[in-house]
Write a protein that binds this ligand. Sequence first.
Ligand code: ITT
Length: 197
Amino acid sequence: MEFVFCTNNEHKIQEVTQIMGSNFVFLKLKDVHFYDEIPEPFDTLSANAAIKANTVFFYCGKNCFAEDTGLFIDALLGEPGVYSARYAGEPVDSSKNIQKVMDKMLGCENRKAFFKTVISLVTQEGEWQFEGICHGSIAKQLSGKDGFGYDPIFIPDGYTQTFAEMDVTLKNNISHRKKAFDHFEYFLKHEYPNFIK
Ligand code: ITT
């Protein structure tokens, strides 16, 4: 049984490969000859994850999963949220996104924030979603070189370093993505036991 991970983000592929382990084998978009941009037109993670998985499912007919992730900052009333990728406009630029957050949060005492991931799975049998949240806070300055996106400014609760300062194994043990994929894996083990060897 084949499943396609519908993402153009190589960092996500690396993290999910580590989170799920080597027994979890999935196809990439290029393996099914899907080279288009996947649209993300909606204002919820759930709807965007669903359209990504459905777009590729209708294209290739194989089981598909996609995920949409956002950083939700209390003091910015949930921004950048579902618009995390393009917060500072097109083309997508993580440094500019981080700079915009830092500028808007100058002088803010409430630094609380959370990352949320929603996975959407689409198969012939139906559609399912799985969520994971990681609570934390926005650092007062950028730190660290690992990870991607907003990792240099996000400090998960219970830690003093940002995701970008952490060993990737640690990030992948506690992250929003890890929590969402734990639910996904549990579901697959019960519904599609042949998929995870
Ligand atoms: P796909 O839609 O192709 O999967 P994307 O990069 O567009 O890839 P999202 O819309 O889900 O992915 O992600 C929005 C942005 O949020 C993304 O560009 C990153 O900058 C940021 N992001 C996502 N996951 C993150 C993480 O674990 N740590 C830090 N930033 C993250």
